[in-house]
Write a protein that binds this ligand. Structure first.
Ligand SMILES: CC(C)(COP(=O)(O)OP(=O)(O)OC[C@H]1O[C@@H](n2cnc3c(N)ncnc32)[C@H](O)[C@@H]1OP(=O)(O)O)[C@@H](O)C(=O)NCCC(=O)NCCS
Length: 212
């Protein structure tokens, strides 16, 4: 039974609830959820994640582009974490296919993609993300059974890749590259076109036939 101290402000109330209960509820995002206070950090990547949950997630979900699940403490509507998933495919190298004993002659295999994952910075290290990943794995296994899905995949920010690796994810051999062209001004005033091939994220997979 969760007791609520009515003297505390909303934020303390939420923190207390999370300390007191040993589970979170994970729900499909809808209009009733409060995303207004969500903040997962200060970097540009963090700001993009914050803007996504506040401004785009519900619209994209209504357009069947992806689905967002949110973590909330019981009896509250404030979003403390979210994960966005969608259908995708993974290109697998011949060596990886051999390792995984995949005999089909395809190169691409069905996957559930984690498009975005973030936890409010005030609530990190409380296993919110771990629980959301477990929840998503359940959905992917259901999809594996009913539709066909071999992998959970994610394009992780480099600084977060160890989080996934710790959970049993492996780095993919095929890392798509993003080609960026930009103009750089030289000291003499003339301009150079720089054509740079780069990847800002790391592609990782979790094999749903090899649960860890
Ligand atoms: C990364 C993030 C999702 C983790 O959420 P969380 O709810 O704090 O994670 P959990 O509490 O479930 O797991 C904590 C564990 O992961 C580890 N961890 C957290 N962030 C990590 C990182 N960037 N690199 C390596 N390990 C990390 C913690 O050290 C802790 O390890 P322990 O279980 O051995 O103590 C969260 O910090 C976040 O939202 N960061 C900003 C957005 C982001 O990077 N999202 C991922 C985008 S691909």
């Amino acid at each position: 039974m969760v007791t609520v101290d009515t003297n505390t402000n909303n934020e303390d109330h939420l923190t207390n609830l999370i300390k007191e209960i040993d589970w979170l509820e994970i729900q499909k995002l809808d209009d009733s959820h409060d995303t207004s206070k969500f903040c997962c950090g200060e970097t540009k990547n963090h700001e993009d994640l914050d803007a996504f949950i506040k401004e785009d997630a519900l619209t994209q979900q209504k357009q069947n582009i992806n689905v967002t699940y949110v973590a909330v403490a019981k009896d509250t509507s404030e979003v403390i974490g979210f994960v966005t998933i969608l259908n995708d495919r993974l290109r697998v190298s011949n060596a990886e296919k051999e390792d995984m004993k995949i005999t089909a002659k395809y190169s691409d295999f069905p996957a559930t993609k984690i498009g975005r994952l973030a936890v409010n910075k005030k609530h990190v290290n409380k296993k919110v993300a771990t629980n959301m990943l477990r929840f998503v794995m359940g959905l992917a296994l259901e999809s594996a059974d009913k539709i066909g899905c071999r992998f959970l995949i994610v394009d992780s920010y480099p600084e977060s890749s160890d989080f996934y690796i710790q959970k049993g994810y492996l780095k993919n051999q095929v890392q798509d590259q993003t080609r960026t062209k930009f103009i750089k001004q030289k000291p003499d005033g003339s301009k150079d076109i720089i054509d740079k091939t780069q990847r800002e994220t790391i592609s990782l997979r979790y094999d749903l036939l090899n649960l860890k």
